[in-house]
Design a protein around this ligand. Sequence first.
Ligand SMILES: *[C@@H]1O[C@H](CO)[C@@H](O)[C@H](O)[C@H]1NC(C)=O
Ligand SMILES: *[C@@H]1O[C@H](CO)[C@@H](O)[C@H](O)[C@H]1NC(C)=O
Ligand SMILES: *[C@@H]1O[C@H](CO)[C@@H](O)[C@H](O)[C@H]1NC(C)=O
Ligand SMILES: *[C@@H]1O[C@H](CO)[C@@H](O)[C@H](O)[C@H]1NC(C)=O
Ligand SMILES: *[C@@H]1O[C@H](CO)[C@@H](O)[C@H](O)[C@H]1NC(C)=O
Ligand SMILES: [Zn+2]
Length: 942
Amino acid sequence: MRYESTSQPSSLPPLLGFRQNSSKSSSKFLSLLQKRMRLLSQLFWLLLLTIVPLILAVYEDYRLPSALEPQHYDLRILTHMDELRFEGLVRIHLLARESTRNITLHVKDLKIDEERTTVSSFQEENCVTSIETHDLYEFYTLHLCRELDKGKVYQLEMHFGASLNKSDSGYYNSSYTDAKTKQVLNLAVTQFSPTFARQAFPCFDEPSWKATFNVTLGYHTNYTGLSNMPIVGCQEHETLDHYIWCQHETLLRTSTYLVAYAVHDLPNRTTTADKQTPHNKVTFRNWIQPDLLDKEMQFLEMAPKLITFFEELFQLNFPLAKIDQFVVPTHRFTAMENWGLVTYNQFNLAINPNDDLQVKKDSNTFTAGHEYAHQWFGNMVTMKWWNDLWLKEGPSTYFSYLAMDALQPKLKKGEAMIAEDLGNFFAKDSFGSMTAISKEVRDPGQILAQFSDYVYQKGSLMIRMLHKVLGEDAFLQGIRSFLKQHALGNVVQADLWESMQKAAQQEKVISADFNLSRAMDTWTLQGGYPLVTLIRDYKTGTVALNQTRFYRGKETEGNSTCWWIPLSFVRQGLPDFEKTIPQASLECPGKTQEVLTLPDPPSAQEWLLVNPQVSSIFRVNYDEHNWRLIKQSLKGDAKFGGIHKLNRAQLIDDMMALASVRIQSYEWAFDVLEYLRKETEDLPWKRALALLNELGALLSGQDKNDFKVYMQQLISPLYKRFSKLEIISKTKPATNEISFQRFAYTQACHYHVDDCVEQAKALAISRQELPSDFRELVYCSFLREGGEVEFQLVLGLFKNATNDAQQLIWASALGCSRDFNHLKEFLDLTLGSKEKAVKNCFLAAVKTALSGDYLTSQTTNHILSHAKVIGEKFKKKELTSLLLRLVGQVKESKVLEELNDQLKDIKPFKKPLKEALDLASINQQWQEDCAGDFSRALRKHI
Ligand SMILES: *[C@@H]1O[C@H](CO)[C@@H](O)[C@H](O)[C@H]1NC(C)=O
Ligand SMILES: *[C@@H]1O[C@H](CO)[C@@H](O)[C@H](O)[C@H]1NC(C)=O
Ligand SMILES: *[C@@H]1O[C@H](CO)[C@@H](O)[C@H](O)[C@H]1NC(C)=O
Ligand SMILES: *[C@@H]1O[C@H](CO)[C@@H](O)[C@H](O)[C@H]1NC(C)=O
Ligand SMILES: *[C@@H]1O[C@H](CO)[C@@H](O)[C@H](O)[C@H]1NC(C)=O
Ligand SMILES: [Zn+2]
């Protein structure tokens, strides 16, 4: 499943690390357990690993009883589109694993015709004595007249119905407006993940209860019915005129959250690409509303290529005969990987070739890759329970990156997205409040909260770590045997470790006594990441290493956590950054200090670098002399001493982080940053400027002015490397250049570098048609330097925009205005709108305004005075990113108090506010402890 905010990047790059809210459990039990875990871990890590499952076993009341095993569902759903309701019949074949007198399954918001519920076996009819429900866990329990006997198979039959809801979950109603007739046309479609199947039919709605499904759909012949599998045949409805029943082929063993169906009247569009994959002859169809039929939807065309890519990578064929790609007008998420019936959120799609931003197009490609990787990770092999959600989201994210780079090698977008994830991870996971990616979740609310960027990103970085640390051969072999062994089954993370362990041993990457599971658990069963300190002894050539958790902000109690840390070394004389298989490791639990004699030790004049390509997720601090050698290479060598670009970005990130906790000085950090003047790759630039922009926003007075001068000088060579801004009206940059160029111009114009602003203004005044990626930055400068006339002009462009993508660009630009009276007019207009696209323009404008220099406090006040409405209109995720952006520029604690006062009683803001205040307290601490050093060091470089 793909889950992302619908906001668009505004004039400054998004704040690293704070794209999305985290998911923290509020359960008392959990925090108690966590406390206990921490206490134990202080005593003995091993003990902890063996005791946790014992504690959990006692509390499994939130899981369905295991006495009954659903083996097959016959599901018949009759959809009355004219009345926006459906009725259904489900017949579940149940194997009694134990004798029992009750049946518990999931039901939510369904009207059950209890009179018609039956339980039977071949020999006998049973009967129901009473029914019990459990609200929080959404259980529905039938108490029976007679016991079900162990070993026998029974049939539970239930009749039910409900209206097609508008909450984009379960079996829901979506609609679109016919472009010609302006008629609103309805359709019905499912979104079952994670816990919504139970709103559509009574079922054992847990991922481990896999069963086969026979789906039969009834509907008016004006509509088309789709389900996971192709249709076997249709027949007329017994009583209703013009209604048919269509039976679909049996779906192989599948978890309930992956079952899907739709009844709709959308036309199909065939892909121009090969319609069938070479291996297993999968047929593709796309369903889109009529007025979008002729739009560019490159990512839809990629589906056959993606399936083929994954079939070859995983050496396991896609098992179904067809895939329908269904573009739904309203969708709770960005996309959903239902087997054979993948759904996409139309709202999030880039479909306007001339107006959608490149980032959005890339994001669509990523989404398609992610959903198709799920056909193996998630659909074929499924986690037993939602605590291990990362087992499907991590691999699907990582393999989508690999697919992008394999299918579009020039764009290098997979690599860029990995770099971005690394930046986010290092920023965010240094908060003491971050929990493990694999953590217990119980009720539907907690399960839904597991779907966070944090779980996706760290999960992906875990799989990447296995890839880099075990090497290509062992990794692929491990992945393939994992999929093969567990195909159509369920897994826990230990199963993945086991497959990897076996493959790595076969390939002789690890020794026979190495315990990969214990090693990897240190990464997935706790939050945070380590800082490794490496001190070289230049006489003996040995290195001393130790580890400790890296924190910004409050430390959590029990600071004795450790990780298994693979160590791969690279020396200056032989800068082979492909050598990612470790030569040594830090153990957990292990010695407080490890002293190693390297097989190929560097001389005292060579630097030593650990963790090539940032294969594993930890920070490194070196002794002073080694840092000095690294800096010399970065600054003095045209090729940066051969240091990999991901490591260059990480060296900056580490240096800045170490300075922020006063382990290193900002003087050293700025000295490292000097090397950027020669940097030609975008990854280090983007990381460095994101970090600097964040800190710059916390400065005021003379410090702020000096900061701007510094930024101008830093960015100037970057800006000059690209052609003049005015050229873009004539020649659009190559697709693989757009991102870096847009970034460079945006930063340059923001800091008034050179003639950037003049060029932008001239372009805006000439009213030439500009490539969409450059429109916002050009009009932002135009507005920032302009007044009433300029504002009205861009507002006019906004009002005349013919699609959402265009609107959003003008909205972001409008946030650059310097006059709040103008901006206010726009904010009121957009906030008042019921249309989702226009509503989102409010967020876009506000975000730009908050990252600018002029209207931050007025915009803050505006948000606070409209807090209630904003809380109702936007998702938690959007509110979080809004608040993080807001506190990211707050310099006085008075504002924070006000923020807290005004928002603390508005329910939707509860979690976002907590997260924002966490960040605020870290920022405040930085202002007190570090801002002075930062500014002093900076002044030496201007
Ligand atoms: C259902 O039956 C089992 C015995 O098979 C029993 O342990 C359990 O408590 C019963 N559950 C309910 C809700 O009555
Ligand atoms: C089915 O389509 C026909 C012709 O387009 C239309 O007249 C009729 O009202 C439709 N019926 C339903 C139930 O949608
Ligand atoms: C499910 O449908 C298939 C035909 O697609 C049929 O052969 C099979 O008997 C059905 N299973 C059950 C349990 O009705
Ligand atoms: C798909 O659309 C074509 C016309 O564009 C039509 O001939 C065909 O029947 C449609 N297929 C389905 C399954 O509706
Ligand atoms: C790690 O080593 C460094 C340098 O010797 C030392 O300053 C630091 O206190 C050590 N940290 C831990 C957690 O032992
Ligand atoms: Zn997913």
